[in-house]
Ligand binder design. Sequence first.
Ligand code: DON
Length: 307
Amino acid sequence: MKHELSIAEVLSQVEKTVQPHFGKGRPADYIPELQRVDPRKFGMAVKMVSGAEYVVGDADEPFSAQSVTKLFALGIALNRIGDEVWTRVGKEPSGTPFNFLSQLEHEGGLPRNPFINAGALAVTDMLMRVAKRSDALVRDYMGFLAQSSLTIDEDVAASEVETAHKNRAIANLMKGAGTITHDVEAVIAAYCRQCAITISCRDLARAALPLAAGGFSPVVEETVFPERLARRLNALMLTCGLYDSVGSFAYRVGLPAKSGVGGGIVAVIPGQATIAVWSPELDRFGTSVVGFAALEAFSQITNCSVL
Ligand code: DON
């Protein structure tokens, strides 16, 4: 990062820059419970590998992590199961929406990558071998990394289980293909509960910090996974973290990142810091409009793009 301003000054400039972007998107409506959130919320947290922390706005308010949890679920799977994960899921960008069905059928029930819903459901199925309650495993792992106690929003989880028709179709297709092995309803329930984990920007920036510090967590003060795993997770975020808008994100921001339909995005500046941002209004790719704009402004001001 090369910049004249302090990070605190950068964040207040970013907050001003994003104001015109409110009202351009809409909170997720296909999970009814997510519509109850105030669309004007905005929080951002930067956690440096040196330990310093900077926040602005609603950075301490927990929000629905949704697909951001897929990053941590994959981290656990690669740590605990290893390369066998890649026999059930690929590592290529999909170029399709996160819940796309026909590509999966076309490709024999093998998901393109672990961040689209199909891939994340396959990861959930594998994690269910490691722990009966894979959602609690992911919640506790994220909580451990953030050194904070996280919860699962039961209303959001129930709302998603009730309306997960597309995910059920995806899971059934994969069950037929042998990609998933557990009962489809059990996988759907575990996956929806995982997505319903709530976390604040401050805790999310803390939890992701090992990705910026070669697997070492300055928060936990220990190495939590091998350096190689941090590099690989960053590579997957850079190429697949934002589904079919990952190219625009690389072009405009230039950082590995993972988005969620709760309006959260976590981004990594390798060797330096993590950034978590939250604002609920989404673009048509399921990414926070204001969050995207905030990361773009931050990247431009600090020149922190990895590209
Ligand atoms: O399965 C779903 O559709 C949601 N629980 C998660 C999707 C999501 O967050 C996509 N990311 N932007």
